[in-house]
Design a protein around this ligand. Sequence first.
Ligand code: SAH
Ligand code: DHB
Ligand code: MG
Length: 232
Amino acid sequence: MTQPTQPTQPTQQSTWDAVDAYFSEQLVGHDPVLEAATAAADAAGLPRIAVAPNQGKLLHLLALAQGARRILEVGTLGGYSTIWLARALPADGTLISLELDPEHAEVARGNLARAGLEKVAEVRLGRAADSLAVLVEQGEEPFDLVFIDADKPSNPEYFRRALQLTRPGSLIIVDNVVRGGAIADAASTDPAVVATRALHELIAAEPRVTATSVQTVGSKGYDGFTLARVQG
Ligand code: SAH
Ligand code: DHB
Ligand code: MG
């Protein structure tokens, strides 16, 4: 029996970059709106931590697969992932994105306006924990998809809130759950790792969701996503 061909050396960041560039070139292509959004974020000095183009498209595809009409995002930055998600919405859809930093929110609003998405996508300024509490108090209609991508130590709190703001069939996605493999270190004292491990314990004990986490490599290094579907 012949074995499938496997690389004999561990692959490197340069390889992951090349593969991401190839996929993005083939399957995302030249996108002036997204390129302008990245340029505006760079010009404003925002950290370069938005999802990669092919990851943004994954979020877009998941939102399309959900048939999402209402999307909630926790952590806007310059609105790069927001644009990908909002583009999956129908014209009368709604996206609410929560952001703490007023400069980030301002850049994101400009990017959403340039993308022609200002009618569907709104950036709410403030601590996400507070904004989420307000959404719950106001009895906001359930969201079809929630993307959690803000301060990682708050992941368990954001996930609990997401459960209050969704319905059976909704999808909750959490970014950056692997962080170079640190998630597997039970002795870690890094608050992001401790909290993301707590998130996994919470999910494991939560009968209302069925979930998995996947590792990813690419231009953003070695990381991963958690996907959780609220059960019917
Ligand atoms: N989703 C974006 C990246 C978000 S980066 C993208 O992929 O394009 C994380 C963002 O969360 C930053 O803009 C940061 O300012 C914001 N953030 C950090 N702590 C927060 C908090 N407590 N409440 C709301 N936003 C927060
Ligand atoms: C960081 C945050 C992110 O959301 C991300 O995708 C990558 C890095 C960070 O805070 O370093
Ligand atoms: Mg992220």
